[in-house]
Write a protein that binds this ligand. Structure first.
Ligand code: PLP
Length: 393
């Protein structure tokens, strides 16, 4: 094991640390306030009140009514509940090629069960064209599911325009806002969506809790059958500590917007991005030219393998990630970068830097010292790079 003096975590789109105030808020709900929120005695009423408090905070974050919030186990469940809950066999669904697998695989499952699914493409900046969504509409279209922010590039989709298209066509609109919540302001009315997913662990609450906004009056088929929890939209005894934590994280996110913390974060991200690009040649930003969440920068470094970069940087104490998924021993390039028409080698040469509320200017300076030297060393070892240098000489 290499002795690393300081570890810097820039993989906050994978998960974020629970903030101290969030941990503090949830802690009493493990022991002191342990009641089942369905119980009518004191213990149950105490946790019921805490859940409803958290519901108010999450509703405030999303600009909706508390009754429109359904607590779930996370982003994956929220996406599945929205998609399977709103579409049935025979319906047509429109989604995009860059969705998270929680959406893509939920749609695939419905396709196998008799739905039709259209995947609209993105351009080189990772943007869906709303006109493509409009053109994909069919008489049996029931649902459009297009994400708000992409997890790999951070690119923000034109959800308001898509919401208008959905409203005109009288079809449901779901948006996966897992990577947007807490990073950009969300107003479900402005977006015009019928359902919107968020996940606790992407916004400094713990893993295993999330929420789905479901517009008032929308009939949703539940995924689980059981008690009448969450107004019969999600059966199962509530994860009270998780829900309390999500409520607190939503409150902190709102306070962060009031203090312009997102602007400070984008300044740090830009410093990192510009600092890297100034020092490393044959590198660039995936999704450049498109609006992005303030914390994400996905950068390609030609002639290096993303996996090697992640491992080499980790050995020096810097945690980042690649969109490439290892399946059956082969490194598959990311479906998002491939959908943006990046050639395979460039998609595999890309890594994602994603900041969280805990990151400091010092973290960025350390990352800026580590990344260029690591790329330079890996390129020295790259036969591909050697060839290129030899040709240019
Ligand atoms: N949607 C997006 C865009 C995500 O980035 C993720 C997680 O990476 C999910 C859904 C799934 O969320 P969870 O991990 O809470 O199930």
């Amino acid at each position: 094991m290499v002795n690393v003096t300081r570890r810097i975590y820039l993989d906050n789109n994978a998960t974020t640390p629970v903030l101290p105030d969030v941990l503090e808020a949830m802690r009493p709900y493990f022991d002191e306030h342990f009641g089942n929120a369905s119980s009518i005695h004191h213990h149950g009423q105490e946790t019921r009140a805490a859940i409803e408090n958290a519901r108010d905070s999450v509703a405030l974050l999303l600009g909706c009514r508390a009754a429109e919030i359904v607590f779930t186990s996370g982003g994956t469940e929220s996406d599945n509940l929205a998609i399977a809950g709103l579409a049935s066999p025979g319906d047509h669904i429109i989604t995009s090629t860059i969705e998270h697998h929680a959406v893509l695989h939920a749609c695939k499952h419905l396709e196998d069960s008799g739905c039709e699914v259209t995947h609209v493409p993105v351009d080189g900046r990772c943007l869906v064209d709303p006109d493509d969504v409009r053109r994909a509409l069919r008489p049996n279209t029931k649902l459009i599911s297009i994400m708000m922010a992409n997890n790999e590039t951070g690119v923000l989709q034109p959800v308001e325009e898509i919401g208008r298209i959905a409203a005109e066509a009288e079809v449901f609109f779901h948006t996966d806002a897992v990577q947007a919540a807490g990073k950009v302001a969300i107003d479900v009315k402005q977006i015009g969506c019928d359902a919107l997913s968020i996940s606790g662990h992407k916004m400094h609450a713990p893993q295993g809790v999330g929420a789905l906004h479901v517009r008032n009056g929308t009939r949703l088929q539940p995924l689980f059958y059981g008690g009448r929890h969450e107004r019969s939209r999600r059966a199962g005894t509530e994860n009270v500590p998780g829900i309390v934590a999500l409520g607190k994280a939503a409150e902190l996110a709102m306070q962060g917007f009031e203090r312009d913390e997102h602007k400070k974060m984008s300044a740090l991200r830009d410093r990192l991005q510009q600092g890297i690009l100034a020092q490393v040649e044959e590198a660039g930003v995936n999704g450049d030219g498109a609006p992005r969440v303030p914390n994400t920068s996905n950068i390609f470094f030609d002639h290096v393998e993303g996996e090697s970069m992640v491992i080499a940087l980790d050995l020096k104490g810097l945690a980042v990630s690649t969109g490439a998924a290892c399946s059956s021993g082969a490194i598959e390039p990311s479906h998002v970068l491939t959908a943006m028409a990046l050639r395979s080698a460039r998609a595999r040469a890309s890594i994602r830097f994603s900041l969280g509320k805990q990151n400091t200017a010092e973290d960025i300076e350390i990352a800026l010292a580590l990344v260029p030297e690591t790329i330079a060393r890996l390129r020295e070892l790259s036969p591909d790079y050697e060839k290129k240098v030899a040709i240019s000489n």
